[in-house]
Design a protein around this ligand. Sequence first.
Ligand code: MLT
Length: 284
Amino acid sequence: MKSVSVGNVTLALEDRGGSRSQAEPSFSKPALLLVHGFPLDHTMWREQIEYFSVHGRVIAPDLRGFGESSNAPDDGSELAAVSMAAYADDLAALLDQLGVDRPIVFCGLSMGGYIAWQFCKKHGRRLAALVVCDTRAIADSPQAAAGRAELAKRTLTEGTEPVVAAMLPKFFGPETIAQQRPCVADTVAAMHRASPIGIASALGAMATRPDMTASLAEIRVPTLVVVGEHDVISTADEMHGIAERIADAELVVIPGAGHISPLEDPEAFNHALERFLREKAGWN
Ligand code: MLT
């Protein structure tokens, strides 16, 4: 894995495929930036990294405080300083560091989608197309925000276990849980790789994120909206509402999947994403 310094953090990332030479056909394809959900890391995209890097450039970072990326500050004194906009700025700076100056396809899942809305707002000129998976546009309710504050407090004193217990039951469809498919254990391992400070910071950032519903109408790039049929965090109905508010959007529901649809049913997910990339982002 590569690592790149961005401001006061070091971000770890996979950067695979595509050509860096203008003479190669894949140079003209927009890079695909894969942004993971909470409290995971780039490994949730492993099936997409393998599949799509054969055809073009795929960049999959660990957000600050997750996976192998560092977190700032180290002492946890400024937890509230992180925000969805700050994560979006990290990603724009990462693209600068990698020399990616052409518009990209931003693909974010759940918290990665919360970051996508901020990326659209602050760095919209860098976008060729958008993919939002299993995410929400509304802000947290006061009750949800209070729950996150409590979980952040416990994570800072007890470590990653409370967050695993809180999140895992909401991540997969019923069959995947019943069969204990390998993606379940892999997801638990990813959650344990996150730093408690990174988790607490992200919980604070999610609890204070703004309602972006009104901004959806400002999105002008082609957009793919993907949701697992059984997603209990961002339901298919809610994501249908998101797709309706974006001018050029298409909704795909992945049958049988829950919240982490790219990992749970990579075949169906990759099929939908590949078609979208071909039709709307010049990945021919
Ligand atoms: C995620 O998958 O990123 C989280 O479930 C988002 C959230 O808790 O709101």
